[in-house]
Structure formats: C-alpha cells, structure tokens
Ligand binder design. Structure first.
Ligand SMILES: [Zn+2]
Length: 461
C-alpha cells in the first residue's frame, strides 16, 4: 500500500494525460480509477459497470466503502462511485482530489463521453473537475500505508507524536424544527414551516456544525417539541417530554429552535427570540448571520409568552427561538431557497461562533469599519437588508430619495465595488439596520475618505 500523500500526488499527476489502463475502449472512467487503484493497493478493480464497483469487489482488509450521507466528507484519494443514473446506466467512477461538504473535486476520464469515439480512442484526457453530491453515491477509502515520516519517528523513538492542539471546543447542540405532528405551522409560498424547516434547514445546519466538530441532535421527524413540552407541562412532569426531556436526556450546551414568521406579503427578515436571560454569543451570532443574509426585521427580542421560551427560563436551559424570515414573503423564501447552503452554513457559523471550514481567500480581509456620520442623499438610492449587491432590496417606498431622507450611519462597508453605510431610519428605528451604497469605489487605494462622487452629502462624525 502507498501512503495517502503518495496516492494523492499520483492522481494529481494524471491530469491532462490519456489514461487507457486496460487498453480497451479508449479512456473510460474505469481506466483512471483502475490505474490509480493498482498503484495505491497493488490490486485491480473488478466489475463490468462502474456503479457496481462497491459490490463487485471484496475490499475487506485493505479499503472501506462509505455510502454518502449529508454529513459525509470525502478525503483526497478516495474513489467516488456514481449510481446508474449516470453514464447511460453504467454509473461513473473518479478519484477525489479535494472536498468540502457541498462539493468535491476529482480527476476523471470520460465525463463528457469523449473517451471512445466512433470506435476509436477519443479526445478526452483525464480532467480535473468539481462535482456535487448525489444519493446514492459511494466513497472507497484505501487503508493507506503510514506516512514514512511518522514511521521513522516512531521507530527511532526520538519524538512522541502528539496531536496538534485544537481550538475547537466540542459542544452538544440540539436543533429543533418548529411545529410537527398535525400542526404545519404557518403556510406560504407553496410550503409550510413544519416541512420546509425539516427538509431544508436543520439537516444542512447540522451538517456544518458536525463538520466543525460538534455533536448535533435533531428534534424533528414528525415530533413537535412545543406539543411534547406542553404535554409534560400539563402533567407536571418536568423530565420526560419535549424540552424537559432534551434537558434531562441530552444535556445540551444549547438548544436552537427554528421557525418561519408569517404576516402580510411585505413583511420581511428574521430575528432571534430570547427569554429574560441576557443574549449570549449564540444569540448574537445567529442574529448577525440573519442580518448578513436574509436581513432582520428587528433586533434580538425578549418574550415571555411562548411555552418553550418560558420552560427554558425556568429550567435554566440555553435556548432561543429563531425566526428565519417570513414564509409569507416571496423575497425571503426565494433568498433562502436560492442560497440554501450558504444560508444554513451562516446559521451554523452563528452558533459555532466563527467561520466553518476555512475562510475563502479574501474574505478574511477587513471590509467594515465602525466609522459614523450623516449621509444626505441627492438622488434615489436602493436600500438593502445587508451590504453588497446581493443584499435583499426593500420596498421602493423605503428607498432614499432626496435630502429629506438623511440618515445617521454607524459603520461603512467595502463590498462589490461600492461603499455601503449601515443605518436606521430616523423615523422608524425599531425596524433595525439597513444598508445603502453611497458611492462607487474609484480611489485606487480604496479609501472612502478620498472618494468624491458620493450620491449625496457625507459628513463624518
Ligand atoms: Zn412557527
């Protein structure tokens, strides 16, 4: 067996070459996989169709087959096998070179059908390409040889190899999907709270939290934590049902219950609901994640008229109820559906307290400064719920139009080629923070204080 590092190096070197391992039918997907597998394990893969590789081969003792799940993360060097919906019924196979929880990169043959054309070897070389996950899908991981550096260290007994210190503190989270049983919750835009949150939100949020090292339990299926808690509450049983059960059985660090709000079609944005305990970092993290994505309709809100909120208070459970946006708002629902992975990842990051899975290049750069001032527009400017061109745009009636619409801003953000200010409407501060562009970035060093062509008058505090 080769080491993982040797294996990954070998597959990466195959990119851009014609790989016809069995010298039959040109460059089939099987050829890349087999050439790689032979190098790594000294064995060949058997079976007529790629889709049957997991079942037609005995991997016992030298490799392990993993069936894909929403939380499975492939590693570089894994074989990946597609089902019979691909490759005209034959499936497909490739070798993973890198992966995240939402996609993975491979080196592969014949994805485009150019491996064997008109009875002759075709034009398609081994290619590096990104793919998304599917079900069912299988990943096969060799039992690699230990890396030589580790073997050397152990053999010479010079160094005791210790795991690097990890900064992640493993926590136990319970994610609760609102409503359940016969209660669908609020209805809108062709769905309801109960089903939409179960299908889309909590599995994805859990996937990201697990990838950050946490233990996540879902309170979902057909159950309704509200009805379960109420059952215990009414019987005076503070152990066995609903949120009581969660506390006693799961002993979580935090409980997060997800809902969607309901109102007229124009109401939009999410918010976090708390009991009388002060908002903690999880509350603030989720609220911030909402602010940066779907937008917020109000700040973190204390309530004492909701059962689980009150039980959490009396039982001293770290709990919050999150309204993710309005199910009755097409804007909110379109945003969540179109940005589902990013949206649920941001919620998970709000809970986790920092970015998950590394920070994409450039994103760690500071883009917001807490510089305050007053802005008086001299033209019509769109107002958004978050800074940047992707921010959800509010109704036209609320855009800034002329100098009567001055606003005091609390920070400036550099994004998408514009400077954005963060402000509350002086006439309606309860509506929370909004954003608008105040100028295009033209200064070569991107300094706002050197810009001249503002869409109005900007004075610093
Ligand atoms: Zn609800």
């Amino acid at each position: 067996m080769k080491t993982q590092a040797e294996s990954v190096k070998y597959i990466n070197a195959m990119e851009g070459t014609f790989v016809d391992f069995d010298l039959a039918y040109g460059c089939q997907c099987y050829d890349v996989a087999n050439k790689y597998w032979y190098y790594v394990t000294g064995r060949k893969l058997y079976g007529l169709y790629a889709k049957d590789i997991p079942t037609d081969n005995n991997f016992k003792g030298y490799a392990k087959v993993y069936e894909n799940t929403t939380s499975f993360l492939p590693l570089p060097g894994d074989l990946v096998v597609w089902n019979g919906n691909y490759g005209e019924g034959c499936g497909h196979v490739a070798v993973v070179t890198q992966a995240t929880l939402s996609q993975f990169q491979v080196i592969e043959n014949n994805w485009l059908g150019g491996g064997w054309v008109n009875g002759k070897p075709g034009w398609e070389k081994a290619t590096r390409r990104w793919h998304t996950f599917d079900f069912p899908m299988w990943f096969i991981r060799p039992h690699y040889a230990k890396s030589t550096s580790v073997v050397k260290k152990v053999a010479s007994k010079v160094t005791i190899v210790t795991k690097p210190k990890t900064t992640v503190t493993k926590k136990k989270f319970v994610l609760v999907a609102g409503h359940g049983y016969n209660d669908p919750g609020a209805v809108g835009n062709g769905t309801n709270e109960r089903d939409f949150i179960r299908t889309n939100i909590i599995y994805n949020a859990a996937k990201y939290l697990r990838s950050a090292g946490h233990i996540v339990t879902l309170y979902d299926k057909k159950q309704d934590m509200y009805q379960d808690t109420a059952y215990g509450y009414n019987r005076g049983d503070t152990k066995k049902y609903g949120l009581y059960w969660v506390k006693n059985k799961l002993k979580p660090n935090a409980v997060i219950e997800f809902h969607l709000d309901s109102a007229g079609a124009s109401a939009s944005g999410g918010h976090v609901i708390k009991n009388a305990y002060a908002a903690d970092n999880i509350d603030k993290g989720i609220q911030k994640a909402l602010e940066d994505t779907v937008g917020t309709i109000r700040g973190i809100t204390t309530r004492n008229d909701l059962l689980n909120v009150n039980v959490a208070y009396s039982q001293n459970i770290n709990y919050r109820l999150v309204e993710l946006g309005f199910i009755t708002s097409k804007k909110d629902m379109d945003y969540i559906k179109n940005n589902l992975q990013d949206f649920t990842k941001r919620m998970a990051e709000g809970i986790h307290g920092k970015p998950i899975g590394g920070t994409p290049a450039g994103k760690s750069k500071k883009i917001t400064w807490a510089w305050k001032g007053r802005f008086t527009p001299n033209t019509k400017i769109k107002v958004r719920k978050s800074p940047g061109l992707k921010g959800v745009i509010v109704d036209k009636d609320s855009w800034l139009k002329d100098k009567s619409d001055w606003v005091d801003f609390v920070s400036v953000t550099k994004k998408d080629g514009y400077w954005w200010i963060k402000f509350k409407y002086p006439t309606n501060p309860k509506a929370g923070y909004f954003y608008c562009a105040v100028c295009k970035i033209t200064d070569k060093k991107e300094r706002i204080k050197h810009e001249k062509a503002f869409y109005g008058k900007l004075t610093w505090e």
